[in-house]
Ligand binder design. Structure first.
Ligand code: NDP
Length: 471
């Protein structure tokens, strides 16, 4: 493996060790400390069981997350008895999942012909951000088309064709989990091997010398097959995020089937999460400039995470509401709606301000004024010195990651839509808080290595990370 690793690095068009030395100035870690390694191994071991536990708790214990533990403690259940009651992989689920993933892959190929199809929508071929090695990748942006056509077909089936029941996803939820895991592990392992044998851009590969860290956090930066099949964009966007709203619709259909009506809480969860998903696709070109695409390498964290963690744990609220059809009071429903919409407004406006500022190189207006910013410079691995700007006005003057604060408000709204009967639907806000705080720290560490003293000037100008005066 070591020899292949060296070969892959050297294949970076004759890049010398000096170049690799320079790359280490920013981007994901080259060295793994013990704490990170323990975190990585724990996640590899426990994350699949966390997903299993939540889904099993809903299936067998009506979404109580304490009951299975209590029964195990009292000896009323054993791990084997819980396992025996859990559905296994079925042919039906395998066929549904294969059809679903193939359908999305076909779309990526076919939708290349559709470009600017709605006014204001930025689609077609777009540039990504500069990678640590100094490359700028091109991306085919067609997520909105894929989402709209997939959902149009879903509604056409539900109301007209009746090829399959709209509850199909809920009805096969546990067998489908096996399929998602198979794909998640296959893709992550394939990406891991590919990085050694035939990387897409060898200059942007990162090897830490620790196999677990490499497998989890990824080696290749932007693995691709052919010119356009980009692993990061496809796995995060297509089977993961397109599925999110379909899964919620299937839960809604199940509520209707079981109780003869759909509760206002289910409608709120569907609407608020659909806004978030649609926002992602409408702004897919902006997504190219986010940390997932610009800084994270593609490994198990993104591959398995997109295939399993995202569809199963981001949709827990809808699943919970199938078992507990909560009807909220009008006050509660309006409060949840307002929290969700205000959170979304902050999330979108903050992201938009940065995008506008960077696109126009500061020649724009933010909150009716010329933006203020810190000029900074950084070096890429090819030795080039580049200039950049860090915005210090608008929401970016309030805190360094106010977009995360808005995202967290929206996440809390999804959870609060489920009432206060159980803690399971609140897992999402706990998880998002950990994810975004960790991401914030990770990003700031990277930015500090990238911009050096200019980053210090920025943190002096905007001292708080998420909530002014608190953190
Ligand atoms: P950001 O969009 O905040 O991007 C951070 C990058 O922006 C930094 O690395 C830096 O990159 C640049 N930057 C930082 N400060 C400034 C500034 N003041 N002015 C201009 N540029 C700056 O982070 P993410 O990519 O993590 O998040 C994007 C959105 O996605 C967020 O709203 C987040 O909430 C959401 N998200 C949602 C997740 C989910 O699972 N639902 C998961 C992760 C994110 P550079 O090197 O270019 O300077």
């Amino acid at each position: 493996m070591e020899a292949t690793r060296r070969r892959a690095q050297q294949r970076g068009k004759g890049k010398t060790s000096e170049r690799i030395e320079q790359t280490s100035q920013w981007g994901r870690a080259w060295e793994v400390d013990w704490l990170s390694l323990i975190g990585v191994i724990s996640l590899l071991c426990f994350a699949p069981f966390i997903v299993f536990y939540f889904v099993m708790a809903c299936d067998q214990y009506e979404c109580s997350i304490t009951q299975p533990l209590l029964e195990l403690y009292r000896g009323e259940a054993t791990l084997l008895s819980i396992w025996a009651r859990t559905s296994f992989l079925t042919w039906t689920a395998a066929k549904i999942y294969t059809a679903w993933v193939s359908f999305q892959v076909r779309f990526v190929a076919n939708m290349r012909k559709l470009k600017q199809f709605l006014p204001g929508y930025v689609g077609g071929v777009q540039d990504g951000a500069r990678t640590p090695a100094g490359l700028i990748n091109k991306y085919e942006i067609n997520g909105l088309q894929c989402w709209l056509i997939t959902h149009a077909l879903w509604f056409a089936n539900a109301h007209y064709f009746h090829w399959f029941s709209p509850t199909i996803i809920f009805d096969n939820w546990i067998p489908l989990m096996w399929c998602c895991n198979i794909l998640g592990y296959t893709v992550s392992t394939f990406a891991f091997i590919k990085a050694y044998l035939f990387p897409t851009n060898a200059e942007d590969c990162k090897f830490t010398g620790n196999i677990f860290y490499n497998y989890m956090m990824g080696i290749e930066f932007n693995p691709r097959i052919g010119k356009w099949f980009d692993f990061k964009l496809f796995f995060n966007g297509r089977p993961g995020i397109v599925a999110w709203t379909l899964i919620n619709l299937s839960y809604m259909a199940k509520q209707q089937e079981l109780y003869g009506h759909v509760t206002n809480s289910m409608i709120l969860v569907n609407v608020l999460q659909a806004i978030y998903v649609l926002d992602f696709f409408w702004n897919e070109a902006w997504y190219l400039k986010t940390i997932d695409i610009c800084h994270d390498h593609f490994g198990w964290y993104l591959g398995w995470g997109d295939c399993v963690w995202l569809p199963y744990l981001y949709t827990l609220q809808g699943l919970y509401l199938v078992y507990h059809p909560v009807q909220l009071s009008n006050y509660h429903a309006v409060a949840v709606l307002l929290l969700g919409l205000i959170g979304y407004y902050i999330f979108r406006s903050t992201n938009h301000q940065k995008d506008l500022f960077r696109r126009t190189d500061g020649s724009c207006s933010i909150w009716g004024r010329k933006p203020t910013y810190i000029e900074c410079s950084y070096r890429s691995a090819d030795g080039g010195v580049h200039r950049s700007k860090l915005l210090t006005s608008g929401f970016w003057g309030v805190s360094r990651h106010f977009n995360y604060t808005g995202d967290l408000m929206g996440s809390l709204a999804y959870c609060a839509a489920c009432g206060f009967g159980h803690i399971l639907p609140y897992f999402y806000i706990v998880y998002m808080t950990i994810l975004l705080v960790h991401r914030c720290v990770r990003d700031e560490h990277r930015c500090s290595s990238k911009y050096g003293k200019d980053w210090k000037r920025y943190t002096d100008a905007v001292p708080y990370r998420l909530i002014p005066g608190v953190f």
